[in-house]
Design a protein around this ligand. Sequence first.
Ligand SMILES: [Fe+2]
Length: 229
Amino acid sequence: MEVRQLFDPGSSSYSYLLWDADTLDAALIDPVRDMVGRDIQLINELGLSLRYTLETHIHADHITGSGILRSAMNSMVLAHENCRSKCPDVLLKDGDRIPLGNNRIEVMHTPGHTDSDVSYLIPGMAFTGDTLLIRSCGRTDYQYGDAGTLFDSITRRLFTLPGDTLVYPGHDYNGRACSTIAEEKAYNPQLGNGTSRDRFISIMQDLQLEQPRSFLGALPSNLQCGLSG
Ligand SMILES: [Fe+2]
């Protein structure tokens, strides 16, 4: 499986293009609508067939490119079954395996940032969306988020992956591209170094966060695969 990390400077979002090097079947995790032209050009240059766009969750801070890509490239939209949207072609649940050429992408439900977050797993890599960020984690104060649930998703699920598993997040605001499970276990300031569940919940409650910049527009649009708003 080949992987290419893509960045949207407007929202500091990462998208990930995955493909089977033999069959050239491809999936794009968390496409950003503003960057769809770039992504289509890359997919065409590499000679790939885009089978799926995979949402890690319904985003509040940028608009998804999944609907435009479905029309342009005949790809299917996949998201977790808790997403409250009629737009996806396939609703995912924990443990699903998405075939991609001769490979499989495993779905791990990792709620807490929202209740529809999933991480996508391939051998040696975890695409963690906004559940686990580099030295950080997703906020838990809106979209059915819950700090205790997020703690459990990270410590009981993601932190049980091998320590050398590469962590590819949904965002980074400090110029970092990836991490590992072992690094986050040791150095994540909110969750690492054996932080207790109660301590984590109080850390998250004490955060004074502003609403995301595109909060009002992005959510309704993303419930329609980014085809409105
Ligand atoms: Fe998010």
